[in-house]
Design a protein around this ligand. Structure first.
Ligand SMILES: Cc1cc2nc3c(=O)[nH]c(=O)nc-3n(C[C@H](O)[C@H](O)[C@H](O)COP(=O)(O)OP(=O)(O)OC[C@H]3O[C@@H](n4cnc5c(N)ncnc54)[C@H](O)[C@@H]3O)c2cc1C
Length: 471
């Protein structure tokens, strides 16, 4: 292990982990990807990250950056590699309410940032089921999405600036706090979504938004996905774009949820095929202050809109959360999705983005084609429907396990017919390399290869991820 001595000199012995100590860093949350790293390095700051990258470059080691290990695409798998964990870069360095920004280390856990900005009546509006483990560096590197993209955009939209250690160990200072900066190529956007293949993100300047003073949340049932889009557009128009979340849970998903968690209450008296979690939020004091009879104007407006939609039979049913506990109960159904879907392994997890007006037709066609190809699989989707992102999960059963690639390819074909993308928010990692090879525009892939070769000529940063190998 003398090869590791230089890392120990740079970080201190206790921050260079080997043997049994790397157990925690040897699998991702899903357990689908498992590996044995050569070592796990735990630098404390950017200078130490830079030092270990320089050592790795000298020793010819391959580096995989790692944050919360909740990635869904195998991007952090690191067999025989040196893993650089950002977990000690976990400082929230500054919160500047007036500028609506925070300066954070890459290892800050998402929910810790939520908690830290809350007393300022501000929100970092990136949220999803893994918020208690996923870190800022991982979210930036995968350009994570989640449930509030319909209102606030994805991680890329929430980042003003960042700092990164490049493959030669140099430190890129792009920690701008500016909303406008057209001084040359936007390198921040090159590193966001690069999944650790171009450098290691060490710090970031992130945007904050005013915290809604009240939310109104409901589960609604609609006759079809096209009707769901009508609901979204109506609620957006009548509230002035206040939709925070618009999440689709079909009957088949809710059945699986009930099987896994039998204590979960049924939502409606009768089961419906198309169920939507709909949440609006307001920052306007007058809309959120109870009137004399105790009614909150935002709630009243929500009830009126849903009532009209029910009368017009665009909605089949609606259950509005009466308090925070009921709101939480609604959200728990949605946030259990990853756990529910994983319980049906082996599976193909398609992370698809589509134009909003094509989702309904796509959904019918893709289900039909998958079931025609393999009639004995089960399909269950959950979706960030408000931004057109479907997680269409095909549970194969052990006997179909060797058809995984065929199913992926079939789904991709339909996705492309509808002008969609086979990768919406989880990134490429290892799992979607075949999709990149098959479906990504060849000029785009060649350009990515050229960028990778220019910045990382020795291919030491997370090789084999994102960019498919040459044929
Ligand atoms: C229950 C659950 C729900 C989820 N829901 C969503 C969802 O709704 N939306 C969504 O987008 N994702 C979701 N995910 C996926 C996952 O949480 C996100 O991809 C998240 O951004 C990963 O962050 P992480 O810190 O765990 O990164 P990791 O898994 O540690 O790493 C992910 C990738 O980024 C690279 N990387 C990590 N840190 C750095 C760094 N500092 N610099 C450079 N590269 C780095 C890694 O090498 C790897 O390629 C969910 C996951 C789970 C388990």
């Amino acid at each position: 292990m003398s090869a590791l001595t230089e890392y120990q000199d740079a970080l201190g012995r206790e921050f260079v982990l080997t043997g049994d100590a790397v157990e925690k860093w040897s699998r991702d949350w899903s357990g689908i990807y498992q590996w044995t790293p050569l070592a796990v390095l735990r630098p404390a700051n950017t200078a130490e990250v830079s030092a270990v990258v320089k050592i790795a470059a000298k020793l010819g080691h391959v580096i995989v950056a790692v944050s919360g290990m909740t990635g869904m695409s195998g991007g952090a798998s690191a067999d025989g590699c040196v893993m650089v964990s950002l977990d000690r870069l976990n400082q929230i360095e500054d919160i500047r309410p007036e500028a609506r920004l925070a300066i954070v280390g890459a290892g800050v856990i998402l929910s810790n940032l939520h908690d830290a900005v809350d007393p300022h009546d501000l929100v970092f509006p990136l949220t999803f089921g893994a918020k208690g483990s996923a870190c800022i560096g991982g979210c930036l590197s995968t350009n994570a999405g989640g449930s509030n993209v319909v209102r606030y955009g994805n991680t890329r939209d929430l980042c003003l600036g960042l700092e990164a250690v490049m493959p030669d160990g140099s430190i890129l200072n792009a920690m701008t706090e500016l909303h406008k900066d057209n001084s040359g190529y936007n390198l921040k956007h090159l590193l966001i979504g690069a999944e650790g293949t171009l450098g290691i993100i060490t710090r970031a300047v992130v945007k904050l938004v005013p915290k809604p003073k009240a939310y109104a949340t409901a589960m609604v049932a609609v006759p079809s996905l096209s009707a769901a889009l009508t609901v979204l557009n109506r609620v957006q128009a009548e509230t002035g774009d206040k939709v925070e979340a618009f999440e689709f849970m079909p009957a088949e998903y809710l059945d699986k949820l009930n099987k896994l968690k039998p204590a979960t209450r049924r939502i409606f008296d009768i089961d419906h095929e198309v169920n939507i979690l709909l949440e609006i939020g307001s920052t306007i004091q007058a809309e959120c202050t109870p009137s004399d009879d105790g009614t909150i104007p935002l709630d009243a407006q929500f009830e009126t809109i849903l009532g009209e939609l029910l009368e017009e039979e665009i909605l089949l049913d609606a259950v509005i959360a009466k308090n925070e506990a009921e709101r939480r109960e609604i959200w728990e159904r949605r946030e259990a999705a990853a756990e529910v879907q994983l319980a049906t392994k082996p599976l193909v997890n398609n992370d698809i983005a589509l134009p909003l007006d094509k989702v309904a037709s796509f959904y019918d066609v893709v289900r039909g084609r998958v079931l025609a190809f393999l009639p004995d699989v089960s399909i269950s989707t959950v979706a960030h429907l408000g931004d057109g992102n479907l997680h269409l999960v095909v549970s194969l059963g052990e006997h179909n396990v060797d058809r995984k690639n065929d199913v992926m390819s079939l789904v991709e074909e339909v996705v492309l017919e509808y002008g969609g993308s086979f990768s919406a928010e989880h990134g490429i990692g290892l799992s979607k390399i075949p999709s990149m090879q098959r479906r990504k525009d060849p000029v785009a892939v060649a350009t990515m290869r050229a960028i990778k070769a220019a910045l990382d000529p020795n291919n030491m940063m997370n090789p084999g991820k994102v960019i498919p190998p040459l044929d």
